[in-house]
Design a protein around this ligand. Structure first.
Ligand code: FUB
Length: 318
């Protein structure tokens, strides 16, 4: 009898220990999760301090297209519910080579290497804004403060729609730079200094109906590229969706897989996919806060994969 009691007691201890190790699923708060300013184009990363940081662009009211977007705030969390606004990390007036009227601080991204955070932001250098884009680089020793503009990437002469930089750092530490706008998506390795290309840009093959908003992530050894398409609604309005394709290489060629985020109400769509505390999340923007497509707000929902690695449609929660 004593023996049986002992066995039962050990089973009980094991199952309590098992429970302790299993992580409780994260419960998300309401969307949009930033409501005191307008935000768009969220690039999410988890850095070494264990927090999740979001680098969005900042829509300005009253909107004039996307012309007046003038600077970047950074947000972070450690529970996906309570978010800290770290304030403005960069303003167009701090960009020495930027266009004199400012604005046009469009979708950014951030990368980390060897103790430095590299913030990549698209900004035009002239009045002919869509033909004078540059991808600026600001650096800091901190993820959300004290960024200083270092210059811009030399991406060649063809600067039309040179927007939406995305930097993916692979498991071996090699960084890949992507940009995509106006239907073109290209990529190249970055040098170790993270501010120069290591090779010529090459086109990303296999993407279907690519518009802009490139994001690259990796899961179980497979590379995923996601991007906005040119989707038109039955009523004739533009409402882009987020599509994705996969490859065994960060350069592609890419195998198109479909749409993972439907229309959000905005004409543009732009998002990122990131793993945090054992779960996957899709960041995107909608217009719920303002009712206006150019006054956008960042949102997050859970992202689930099928057994075969394909992505399930994201449920957009409110
Ligand atoms: O926010 C300005 C631009 O709108 C971004 O660069 C595009 O991706 C689109 O979201």
């Amino acid at each position: 009898m004593k023996h049986i009691t002992l066995i039962l007691a050990s089973v009980a201890v094991l199952s309590v220990a098992g429970c302790r190790n299993a992580q409780k699923p994260i419960e998300l708060g309401p969307n949009p999760f930033v409501t005191h300013i307008y935000t768009a184009d969220p690039s999410a990363h988890v850095w070494e301090d264990g927090r999740l940081y979001v680098y969005p662009s900042h829509d300005v009211a009253p909107p004039r297209g996307c012309d007046l977007m003038d600077g970047y705030h950074v947000f972070s969390t450690d529970d996906m519910v309570n978010w800290t606004d770290h304030g403005e990390i960069l303003h167009s007036s701090q960009v020495p080579w930027g266009r004199k009227d400012g604005g046009f601080m469009w979708a950014p991204d951030c990368a980390y290497k060897d103790g430095t955070y590299y913030f990549y932001f698209p900004h035009p250098s002239g009045d002919d804004w869509n033909n004078t884009w540059k991808v600026g680089i600001a650096t800091s020793k901190e993820p959300a403060a004290n960024f200083t503009v270092q210059g811009y990437l030399d991406l060649g002469e063809d600067t039309f729609a040179m927007i939406d930089p995305c930097v993916f750092v692979d498991d071996d530490g090699q960084a890949y730079f992507y940009y995509g706008g106006g239907g073109r998506c290209v990529a190249a390795k970055l040098k170790d200094n993270m501010i120069e290309l290591a090779e010529p840009l090459r086109p990303m093959e296999g993407l279907r109906d690519f518009h802009e908003a490139t994001w690259v992530h990796k899961r179980d050894g497979l590379y995923y590229i996601s991007y906005a398409d040119n989707h038109i609604m039955p009523d004739g309005s533009q409402q882009n969706r987020l599509n994705y394709a996969v490859s065994t290489s960060p350069y592609g060629p890419w195998e198109y897989k479909g749409i993972y985020l439907g229309p959000t109400g905005c004409d543009t769509s732009h998002g990122s996919i990131v793993e945090y505390k054992g779960e996957w999340f899709a960041f995107y923007h909608n217009k719920d806060l303002s009712g206006m497509g150019n006054l956008r707000s960042i949102c997050v929902d859970k992202l689930y994969y099928n057994e075969d690695g394909t992505i399930k449609m994201v449920e957009q929660t409110r």
